[in-house]
Design a protein around this ligand. Structure first.
Ligand code: MTE
Length: 451
């Protein structure tokens, strides 16, 4: 370890972190041209003077002294800004390029679209609330909580309507869980499609959610224990988002949530109330939740009969596939970034499983021929993102980086060809294949598919 990190390599961050929005658009809409890529590399290297073989871990003293030490900066000699300059704190002005972003051309209107979380720039496992991905079918609203009502009806003895105040007086729980849209990585089913991990895996976030267990509310309404086999969750937005959830799951760990990362949900994420369905694809996490109905059979609504279903190779469709299977991705180094030196790199990424905890993550730097086991950073929670890290020394030769997660059920994340053998090539949803990032001799990292 100590030997590994004597010479660390430098990474040019993914384009979205250092280029202007116009160039980011260029990259995401048509891919970066060879010429443009060459230009970017040259301009960065000119600014940084690359050293083959890595840069020393700590700077040697400069002969004439480092002006950043010798000249006292303004912030050391003047009065800083007072408290409450920002009543609600915002990120540093030096971090303004780290944004959730829409993939240009993915949908025709922004109200029925997706914004992707910038996974390449996040640390640990918690997604900052303002960077949580968004998926709206018909736009988002900032609903007045004093007017929001939540109803439970159907096969229950006492149908009830709750106000937000009613709900927030009940015993609550706080749990960390990931949410992943069933369509995350969908564009990669056929072939390589997108330029960075933000767009390939960014319909993924992880927060601490607070709310009342749905089981408490179902008991409160006296649900029919004999015939009540399913619940239907309904949102208050214009998309009439409705999803069926089996009763055993509804009674297990589903939360009717108002809190996210210690504060109220953000409007984009369902303020004031959303369903949290741990381990299950995002579409079932109904936002702006207004109703739960108890029934005796699946409801086969539009969002489960014709959307979020899997096209199978025999021409049939599989419905109600809801669990997000075990998956992982290396977030650094990842496509769009560039390794500027040979030397030490910390390979880092995220792993998750809708069936429980992550047991192990293996990392390969030779396209899956050899694997080493990565360090899992705690906490390793159930149905939650798990951060992994592993040391790596790049010798400057071309390599393919991959991560492979294994969950506590023993399920092993498949290769893309293994997934295609079972699921065919016409699927959109539920692509949990191993992701490959190619590092070329020039240090450029790109999205590839390696079997
Ligand atoms: N709930 C309502 N009411 N309306 C919606 O459009 N989108 C669903 C789900 N819940 C949606 C909804 C989908 S497809 C996903 S992936 C998640 O919300 C996204 O949640 P987020 O926007 O908080 O990331």
């Amino acid at each position: 370890m100590a030997n590994d990190i004597k010479k660390t390599g430098r990474i040019l961050r993914a384009p979205e972190n250092f280029v202007d929005p116009v160039l980011a658009h260029e990259i995401t809409s048509k891919g970066l041209s060879e010429e443009r890529r060459g230009f970017l590399r040259k301009s960065f290297l000119a600014a940084g003077a690359a050293m083959a073989g890595g840069v020393p871990l700590a700077r040697a003293a400069m002969p004439d002294g480092d002006p950043n030490i010798l000249n006292l900066p303004e912030h050391s000699t003047t009065l800083g800004q007072p408290v409450v300059t920002n009543g609600y704190g915002v990120p540093s002005k030096y971090e303004t390029n780290l944004l959730r972003r829409e993939s240009p051309g993915l949908t025709r209107v922004g109200a029925a679209s997706v914004s992707f979380a910038p996974l390449q720039g996040l640390f640990g496992i918690i997604t900052p609330s303002g960077l949580h991905f968004e998926r709206h079918h018909q736009g988002w609203h900032d609903i007045d909580p004093s007017k929001h009502r939540f109803m439970i009806n159907g096969l229950v003895k006492n149908p009830k309507v709750y106000t937000m105040d009613d709900l927030m007086r009940l015993p609550s729980v706080s749990r960390m869980h990931f949410i992943e849209c069933g369509a995350n990585t969908a564009m990669e089913w056929g072939n390589v499609a997108v330029p960075t991990v933000q767009y390939s895996h960014g319909m993924l976030s992880c927060c601490e959610f607070t709310g009342v267990p749905l089981s408490v509310l179902l008991e409160d309404c006296g649900y029919d224990k004999k015939n009540g086999k399913f619940v239907l969750a309904e949102g208050a937005d214009g998309s009439s988002m409705t999803r069926t959830i089996a009763m055993d799951r509804a009674l297990d760990d589903v939360i009717v949530a108002w809190g996210m990362n210690g504060e109220m949900l953000r409007p984009e994420n369902g303020y004031p109330l959303r369903l949290v369905v741990p381990g299950v694809q995002g579409v079932s996490w109904v936002k702006w939740l207004r109703r739960i109905e108890v029934g005796d059979k699946p409801y086969a609504t539009k969002d489960e009969a014709i959307h979020y279903i899997d096209a199978m190779p025999d021409g049939m469709y599989r419905q109600y596939t809801s669990v997000q299977e075990c998956k992982s991705v290396i977030t650094t180094p990842s496509a769009g970034q560039m390794l500027l030196d040979k030397g030490f790199y910390n390979i880092t990424g995220l792993a998750w499983s809708g069936r429980g905890k992550i047991k192990r993550v293996d990392v390969s730097v030779d396209g899956g021929r050899n694997w080493r086991t990565a360090r899992l950073e705690g906490p390793v929670n159930t149905k939650c993102l798990t951060r992994f890290n592993i040391n790596w020394v790049w010798d400057g030769s071309p390599v393919v980086l991959q991560s492979r997660a294994i969950d506590e059920t023993g399920y092993v994340q498949p290769k893309i060809n293994e997934l295609r053998e079972v699921r065919g090539t016409r699927s959109i949803y539920h692509n949990n294949a191993i992701q490959s990032w190619k590092v070329s001799e020039s240090g450029e990292v790109s999205n590839v598919q390696v079997y």
